[in-house]
Ligand binder design. Structure first.
Ligand code: SPV
Ligand code: MG
Length: 431
């Protein structure tokens, strides 16, 4: 009996999957790999059911001889283990990032003369509807809110990128790359106070108020499924903070990060060039406690951001605060730095982790941008935030376009650098 292999990474078995199974059985006995959570989130989407449930789902399909765990997006390791005569797959992976997986399969099979069978991908109203339903489910508050905590458990490091609108949200949601034969994408979104303010032409001084920040969040929530971390500035007055955390929690936001400053907040990257006042440990702990008390789920995270290194108050102060904030109930610590080198952040992480093994650590490597995700993960960092890069890339591009049109009294010269009209009008999918 010949061996046929396929891999499923789905929460729902539909007629397209059953078609693959029926076709496969004509060639021999079928082994189905179920993609692990860790691999599934790198590949296409976050699972809405547990890995165990996905295994059960596939085990329930008639005519499957074995169900195994596929732990990597690329098939190489699992194929080498089972050496199937055939791999069967829908033909939808010929284009886009998934073609890298297809290449990996063809390459591997060629080592023992195996063959790839591709069946026409099932696209009809019913299959599309099932797919859309899964996405819709992921966008619901009860799924989205807890997803950040789930990601922290699954990923070596959670990668968040700045968003400040529906459009930037779509970029965070949909950008997928293939590097070194592996697929990758962002895990979460950071709604930066700096970039949300800049998008409105305002300075980053808590002038863009919470009602306006919530409108930005709604825009992003409306068109994405990935979890959102809100930059909550100082959190404001305790009396206001408790209302705001409830609103955010209800909306399906996963976390708010508040910084230990009071009074007129200025952007941290100004450092000591402007006057900024750090909050007392006592007051800030009271704010954390009040926020935690106001919550109705244990999913939403209140993360405390320490500004001691920014304000040159020293490592001991930063560490004292970190331990105090965790004791007060903070669900994580963000340590911020504006040094060119990651050395002080590394020292903080090492010393923090000597004592505190579990509380998630968050960093924002804007100035120390040579640091890699792998180096940060090795120091016990759980979330890395790329806090402003989308805004910083868009601004010079827009300026250049405006200047070119002014200079040439027409738009032709700059056109080659722009998104073609055909693409801009189809950029956003219609329902
Ligand atoms: C933001 O993105 O608004 C931040 C990070 O708070 S920083 O700009 O580095 O202070
Ligand atoms: Mg900010």
């Amino acid at each position: 009996m010949k061996k046929v292999y396929t891999c499923f990474c789905t929460d729902v078995i539909h007629e397209g999957h059953l078609n693959i199974v029926n076709q496969a059985r004509k060639y021999g006995e079928l082994i189905i790999g179920v993609l692990s959570d860790k691999a599934m989130i790198r590949y296409n989407r976050f699972p809405t059911i547990s890995f165990e449930e996905r295994l059960q789902l596939v085990r329930g399909i008639e005519g499957v001889s074995e169900v195994v765990i596929q732990d990597e997006v690329m098939y190489e390791t699992i194929l080498k283990k089972f050496k199937p005569d055939y791999v069967i797959h829908g033909d939808n992976w010929k284009k886009g990032p998934e073609s890298a997986i297809r290449e990996n399969v063809i390459q591997t099979l060629s080592q023992w003369g195996g063959e790839l069978i591709e069946v026409p991908y099932t696209v009809n109203y019913r299959v599309k509807k099932i797919d859309a339903n899964i996405r819709e489910k992921l966008a619901m508050p009860e799924y989205r809110r807890k997803r950040l905590r789930q990601l922290i458990e699954i990923c070596p490091i959670v990668k968040a990128i700045e968003v400040h609108s529906g459009l930037t949200g779509l970029i965070a949601e949909k950008t997928v790359v293939v590097t070194n034969g592996e697929l990758d994408q962002f895990d979460a979104m950071w709604v930066s106070s700096l970039c949300d303010s800049i998008a409105k032409g305002k300075p980053d001084i808590e002038l863009v108020d919470m009602s306006s920040r919530i409108r930005t969040l709604e825009e992003v929530l409306d068109v994405t499924t990935k979890p959102i971390i809100l930059d909550g500035d100082t959190g404001g007055l305790i009396e206001h903070f408790v209302y705001n955390v409830r609103t955010l929690e209800r909306m399906g936001i996963s976390a708010v990060i508040i910084e230990d400053k009071v009074g007129l907040k200025r952007n941290s990257l100004f450092g000591t060039d402007v006057e900024q006042t750090q909050d007392s440990i006592e007051n800030f702990c009271a704010k954390i406690k009040a926020g935690k008390d106001a919550l109705r789920t244990d999913e939403f995270m209140i993360i405390a951001r320490i500004e001691s290194l920014i304000l040159e108050r020293g490592m001991e102060d930063a560490l004292n605060r970190a331990f105090a904030y965790v004791k007060a109930g903070a669900d994580g610590i963000m340590i911020h730095s504006r040094q060119k080198s990651p050395a002080e952040v590394f020292e903080f992480c090492d010393r923090f982790r000597e004592v505190e093994k579990k509380a998630p650590l968050v960093v924002v490597p804007t100035s120390y941008n040579t640091v890699t995700e792998q180096e940060l993960a090795a120091r016990g960092v759980n979330i890395v935030i790329y806090a402003n890069q989308l805004t910083r890339s868009a601004f010079p591009a827009m300026q250049e376009t405006a200047a070119s049109i002014l200079k040439h009294h027409r738009a032709q010269e700059v056109d080659a650098k722009l998104l073609p009209i055909k693409e801009i009008i189809t950029l956003i999918d219609e329902l």
